[in-house]
Design a protein around this ligand. Structure first.
Ligand code: T6T
Length: 324
């Protein structure tokens, strides 16, 4: 009888053990909605997400808007919800304006994970507020990134002079936090004055002309922090157009090939490369873990690689140049 009982227990154990294997047989569809489709940052994120989808045998659907804007992102999200994917990964383009649209996904039973940007405070699964429902937030530490930029720019300008932040628009979690980290860190440099932020709506041309206006008003301008890819690219172009390459120093967030060229030419001092492929990879793995019955962390922090002239040719650094 003892043997029979033991065999029965083993059989139960075996069927429990078999459950995840059966779950793994299901082909999940995971949607990734970027901030915008044509940005090298999100193109790189997609590659990481696709790599993870391949590992877990999921289908990745990449669908986004042509610009970084909650008004164009919301209908894309609605369309994705209508396709009933098993999970949604999204970079919400506004902390507040994407809350209700994403609530619709959660109400429809679709798990939501935010990648790169967050909604609400970014503190999820706390039971507080109306925007804590996403399961996880997978992203860079953007406050830290802003601090790194401040320190690098301070060093480049010998810790004195006027600087400003070229930024996208208020309400985006990432770029708001970069500015916050940058300004807070600059408090450690009493001889540096941070001028008013210039908002460019993610338009590099606008960022370039704003740089020239700031320079016209402040001919002693020492540096600029471009808080994302288009802000940095535009600010650097503005510096060049003003004939100030190497004189007005530039710290860039994000690392597309064009910014790396600018590092090599001396127009840009440093670029803070995020690891977008890592964000995509761990976003998909987190969604899959949740779908197959595992608990997942409410936030996952991904890394940075700081690029400058001295290291950008090293393969282990160049590996983080964004893919186009
Ligand atoms: O900097 C990234 C991203 O982290 C941010 O949320 C929006 O801008 C980028 O996509 C770069 O263009």
């Amino acid at each position: 009888r003892k043997l029979l009982t033991a065999l029965a227990a083993l059989a139960i154990g075996a069927s429990v053990l078999a459950a995840p294997a059966q779950a793994q047989d299901k082909k999940y569809t995971i949607a990734l909605i970027p901030g915008l489709t044509t940005d090298a940052f999100y193109i790189s994120m997609r590659k990481g997400a696709e790599a993870a989808a391949k590992v877990v045998g999921a289908e990745l659907v990449f669908q986004g808007a042509p610009d970084f804007n909650p008004v164009t992102q919301t209908p894309v999200l609605d369309a994705v919800i209508a396709r009933k994917p098993d999970a949604i990964l999204i970079a919400p383009t506004d902390k507040v304006q994407l809350v209700q649209p994403l609530k619709k996904a959660a109400d429809a039973g679709i798990p939501v994970i935010t990648v790169d940007t967050f909604i609400g405070t970014g503190k999820y699964q706390t039971g507080a507020g109306d925007a804590d429902f996403p399961l996880s937030y997978v992203a860079s530490d953007n406050i830290l990134g802003g601090r790194i930029a401040a320190r690098a720019l301070a060093k480049a300008i010998d810790e004195k002079g006027k600087v400003y932040v070229s930024n996208v628009k208020p309400g985006i979690s990432t770029t708001d936090q970069r500015e916050e980290g940058f300004k807070d860190e600059m408090k450690n440099y009493p001889n540096i004055t941070v001028l008013e932020t210039q908002f460019n709506d993610n338009d590099a041309n606008k960022a370039a002309s704003q740089m020239q206006s700031v320079f016209a008003r402040n001919p002693d301008l020492a540096g600029v922090f471009g808080a994302n890819l288009f802000s940095a690219l535009g600010a650097a172009n503005g510096v060049q157009q003003a004939g100030q390459s190497g004189k007005v120093r530039v710290a860039a967030f994000d690392a597309p090939a064009s910014i790396v060229d600018n590092i090599k030419s001396g127009l840009v001092d440093i670029a803070i490369a995020q690891h977008p492929a890592e964000i995509g990879y761990f976003g998909v793995l987190s969604a899959y873990a949740h779908l197959t019955g595992q608990s997942i962390p409410a936030s996952i922090g991904t890394g940075f690689t700081v690029m400058d002239k001295s290291n950008v040719d090293k393969p282990e650094v160049a590996a983080f140049i964004y893919k186009e």
